[in-house]
Ligand binder design. Structure first.
Ligand code: GLY
Length: 321
């Protein structure tokens, strides 16, 4: 029987052998897996609260990650994601997002999307309502509008002020808290991943980072696990970061060993990467978690069994002094 017809989704703690059919007719699910959601950075705490609620009432992992990261997309105080995100060099907010279903391994993504507050929801529509994986720029915007999304101004007064200051040559520290990436396992033991970002502040118009690129910003195979990335998208792209982490887990590395090996490869390729904060967060299909960053400062929001924790992540390069 082929993988696409019949997929073993794993034997999770207490769940027994779960088998889900992918022919659309029925998916045999048990409801005794403990849901878990993990996501990147402090803003992940808000994401997880919404996502865990979905999982606790028996919602799917795909719904949970979509809803969770949507909470961050609409929050104007997060300046690296969605509405309120810092714009490109011309003052235009361009958004990237992707979502991946670990059961079907279907993916949808958008890049350089303008005027639409919820790129992850458009990405989900690309996954479910189009034969494609990735839509970019004006085509992505028109696709969104044709699916009922409303066009809005995404540049907040605060973001505009920062952009004008940057344009005038002012030296400034911008929020590097970057992508919100989330991974979840639902009660049926199924997994999903999503990520969404406004990308690097003041980027060259049209620049696309790792977030909407399957295998770079995210990857999820329910048989093994998933991974999301945050930080310098160009560097994550060069090592196919999230795919690499999942494949290392497939080969038997623990999630922690896998994320550390991927970061070490990034640093080996270019030692300067040690000083640029990039991070991976991995979730194995049995609920084991791994996370680490190149340099110190990364945090992970972890939610399970009704508890939400913000964890400091270990870094490959230790703090000086
Ligand atoms: N990691 C997000 C970006 O580089 O756009």
């Amino acid at each position: 029987m082929e993988r696409r017809d019949f997929l073993k989704v794993g034997a999770l703690a207490g769940a027994g052998a779960l088998v889900g059919r992918l022919d659309g007719a029925s998916v045999s699910r048990q409801v005794n897996t403990k849901p878990i959601v993990v996501s990147t950075w402090n803003h992940g705490m808000k994401c997880n609260q919404g996502a865990l609620q979905i999982l606790q009432v028996g919602g799917t992992a795909v719904d949970a990650v979509e809803l969770g990261v949507s909470i961050v997309e609409k929050d104007p105080t997060t300046t690296s994601v969605g509405y309120g995100g810092l714009p490109n060099a011309e003052g235009v907010v361009q958004l990237d997002a992707a979502i991946m279903d670990g059961l079907s391994m279907e993916v949808g993504s958008v890049a350089g999307l303008e005027k639409i507050k919820h790129p992850v929801q458009v990405a989900r529509k690309v996954m479910t309502d189009s034969p494609h994986v990735l839509l970019v720029g004006d085509g992505a915007r028109r696709f969104a509008v044709s699916h009922g999304f409303k066009e809005e101004n995404l540049l907040t007064e605060g973001a505009k002020k920062q952009w004008l200051a940057w344009k005038s040559g002012k030296k400034m520290k911008v929020d590097t808290h970057d992508t919100i990436g989330a991974l979840a396992i639902d009660r049926g033991g199924l997994m999903a991943a999503a990520c969404t970002t406004s990308g690097l502040a003041w980027k060259i118009p049209g620049r696309v980072g790792d977030s909407p690129i399957v295998g770079a910003g995210l990857y999820c195979d329910g048989e093994v696990g998933g991974c999301v990335a945050t930080g310098y998208g160009e560097e994550v792209l060069k090592i196919c970061g999230s795919f690499l982490v999942v494949e290392l887990m497939r080969q038997g590395r623990s999630p922690q060993e896998a994320v550390e090996a991927a970061l070490d490869r990034m640093i080996k390729r270019d030692a300067a990467n040690a000083g640029k904060l990039t991070a991976f967060l991995a979730l194995r299909s049995d609920g084991a978690v791994g996370h680490a960053s190149t340099s110190p400062g990364f945090q992970v929001a972890m939610s399970r069994e009704g508890k939400h924790d913000l964890l400091e992540s270990p870094s490959r390069v230790k703090k000086k002094g």
